[in-house]
Write a protein of this length. Structure first.
Length: 325
């Protein structure tokens, strides 16, 4: 944000090109990151949203140069991740719970700042992270939420252009979450770029300009929360199927997903009007209801539980309960 050389920088904050990272060896491998292409522009706040095991932490490790991809390239602020991190251009709050040191927040931030070429003034870092009020208390005596904001201060100490936060609120209560997001928001308002991971859709939608949904190592959706809802068929049509099968319903115009449960058919459609017209044409309008899917529905339909192989390309027919499809 400040500093003289940075004004010359060109290019996005983050560029992933065809990135693959596999764990394990012959026979038993996990493609933790499976061909990811992603660009994050400077100044954006982007949520990486996915279930546990989706590959978020692996992607973040690659982004920060903590790990190297098997194939593909990662660029951070126009440089290799190693160079960008060493220059203090990217700060991070990682998921692993490293032991909390027995020093004060001010001492910790001062030490981290001393490692960077163009650090923020310590008082400014403490203020930005919202820890000024308890900066002289030992970090290991703070509450979970306070300690997490100190970790955010550590991420800011080098005056980064980008902060990367891996599930930053996972262990926090509602109030601590709110305070942390307030601090993150201040950093973003100053022009900083934020990439955070979460498995909570509501958090992604509320705090990010853009939500990138990751599932089994791949990006399966990318857009605003509203766009993601629409892309999976934001329209919901439910009806008494009166003998129509799930497959018949799945073939109707607009329908992207059918679920049969408790004697009702739930259709997810990207064109409610066309779907309803088609239902009317075949006389299937018994107890018809039309609504909109929630963002949570969209997330769930985009990401498969770990033990289920879903084919997202074709309309899917999901069976719930004992109702035959
Ligand atoms: N060091 C590792 N060794 C082996 N497998 C790993 C390792 N790290 C992650 N994985 C596997 O890679 C996949 C993605 O994990 P991860 O990136 O931690 O996902 P997330 O952060 O979204 O929960 C999971 O299947 C996980 O078990
Ligand atoms: Mg993780």
């Amino acid at each position: 944000m400040t500093g003289k050389t940075r004004i010359e920088d060109r290019g996005p904050a983050v560029v992933f090109t065809g990135v693959v990272k596999t764990y394990g060896r012959a026979g038993r491998t996990v493609r933790a990151v499976d061909g990811v292409d992603l660009i994050v522009e400077r100044g954006e706040t982007v949520a990486l949203l996915g279930r546990n095991g989706a590959g978020k932490s692996t992607a973040i490790g690659l982004l920060l140069g903590l790990d190297t991809p098997d194939s593909g390239t990662v660029r951070l602020l126009g440089r290799s991740p190693e160079r960008a991190v060493r220059a203090g251009l990217a700060g991070a709050m990682l998921q692993d719970g490293r032991p909390i040191p027995r020093v004060t927040a001010r001492e910790l931030v001062r030490f981290v700042a001393s490692l960077h070429p163009h650090p923020l003034p310590v008082a400014e870092t403490l203020g930005l992270a919202g820890v000024t009020a308890y900066a002289d208390r030992r970090v290991d005596k703070l509450s979970g939420g306070q300690a997490q904001r100190v970790r955010f201060a550590v991420a800011l100490a080098g005056d980064p252009e980008l902060v990367v936060l891996d599930e930053p609120t996972a262990a926090l209560d509602v109030e601590a979450r709110r305070s942390l997001w307030e601090s993150v928001g201040k950093f973003a308002e100053r022009g900083g770029t934020v990439l955070f991971s979460t498995h909570q859709l509501e958090e992604a939608d509320r705090y990010a300009d853009r939500v990138v949904v990751m599932d089994r190592g791949r990006i399966v959706a990318d857009g605003s929360g509203e766009e993601i809802g629409r892309s999976v068929g934001g329209g919901l049509v439910s009806l008494d199927p009166a003998g129509l099968t799930g497959l018949e319903l799945a073939s109707l115009p607009g329908v992207v997903h059918v679920e049969m449960a408790d004697g009702r058919a739930q259709l997810r459609t990207d064109d409610s009007d066309a779907t309803v017209v088609a239902l009317a044409a075949i006389g299937a309008v018994r107890d018809l209801r039309v609504g909109r899917a929630t963002l949570e529905d969209a997330f769930l339909s985009l990401t498969a539980p770990p033990d289920r192989e879903a084919d997202t390309a074709a309309p899917t027919v999901t069976r719930v309960g004992q109702e035959a499809v």
